[in-house]
Design a protein around this ligand. Structure first.
Ligand code: ADP
Ligand code: ADP
Length: 217
């Protein structure tokens, strides 16, 4: 269950709140897409859901945990245990190869399985790169590594910021199919922020962020 009530966030110096009394209620295992004009606050909303940004008011409950009001270290723990986050800029560990990047959170969490990881890399077309330093990969390949890392530790919720933003149309189709199908099969709640209506329409619930609130897309 993902439950957001009256969520409000205003950046210091901004004239109005970027997220304003936003409501979102989704049962576990469902996929949601969020579209909206550039600058409307989509990344901010994901950052609030991931506990990277602190809201001004309202409440966020994910996987039975109240997220607002957590300390930074409690938010770190919460993320490790419950969330897979796919960042727009990937946030890969440059000093590690593909295999160790994808294994990172699963090893930290203690649920690493080489077999599961090998399957995931194969599904994402990354098997041939498993020993390559991530810095040598193209943007699209790094994006797939970030997706594999987020899925590999079996989180309850995956938050994805433009997960296909750097992929060509054909690869985008393959990767978004995999992301949605994987999450539906594993009953992972998936929240995808995207510019692409082709990606958004794969979600069970489709929203647009407008004037700080979500409306049905
Ligand atoms: P989107 O993801 O929809 O493009 P963002 O959430 O990235 O939108 O940004 C929404 C607005 O908030 C933008 O005007 C941006 O400049 C502003 N913003 C984003 N992050 C910060 C920040 N850390 N401090 C101040 N303003 C910010
Ligand atoms: P651990 O030492 O944590 O038990 P493994 O023994 O599974 O990890 O893997 C050690 C290293 O071998 C990994 O970091 C990776 O580089 C490589 N490796 C293991 N299994 C595979 C695989 N199926 N495909 C590619 N590389 C692998």
């Amino acid at each position: 269950m993902l439950s957001v009530q009256q969520l409000t966030k205003r950046y210091p110096g901004a004239t109005s709140a970027i997220i304003s009394d936003l409501e979102l209620h989704a049962p576990s295992g469902i996929s949601l897409s969020i579209q909206g004009a550039s600058g409307c606050g989509k990344s901010t909303l994901l950052a609030l859901l991931a506990g990277f940004e602190v809201c001004d008011s309202g409440s966020i409950v994910i996987a039975n945990q109240q997220l607002d009001g957590l300390s930074a270290s409690a938010a770190d723990d919460f993320r490790k245990n419950n969330l897979g986050v796919i960042f727009q800029n990937y946030n890969l560990l440059e000093c590690f190869n593909v295999w160790d990047n994808v294994a990172f959170t699963a090893r930290l969490k203690g649920n690493y399985s080489a077999e599961r990881q090998q399957q995931l890399l194969a599904q994402l077309g990354l098997s041939a790169f498993s020993q390559a330093p991530v810095g040598q990969l193209s943007g699209g390949e790094q994006q797939r590594v970030a997706i594999a890392r987020a899925l590999n530790h079996c989180p309850a919720v995956v938050l994805a910021d433009e997960p296909t933003g750097n992929l060509d149309e054909q690869t985008s189709d393959v990767v978004s199919d995999l992301l949605f199908n994987y999450c539906h099969a594993q009953k992972i709640t998936l929240v995808v922020v995207t510019h692409s209506s082709d990606v958004a329409c794969r979600a069970r619930q489709q929203y647009a962020l407008h004037h700080g609130k979500l409306c049905a897309a």
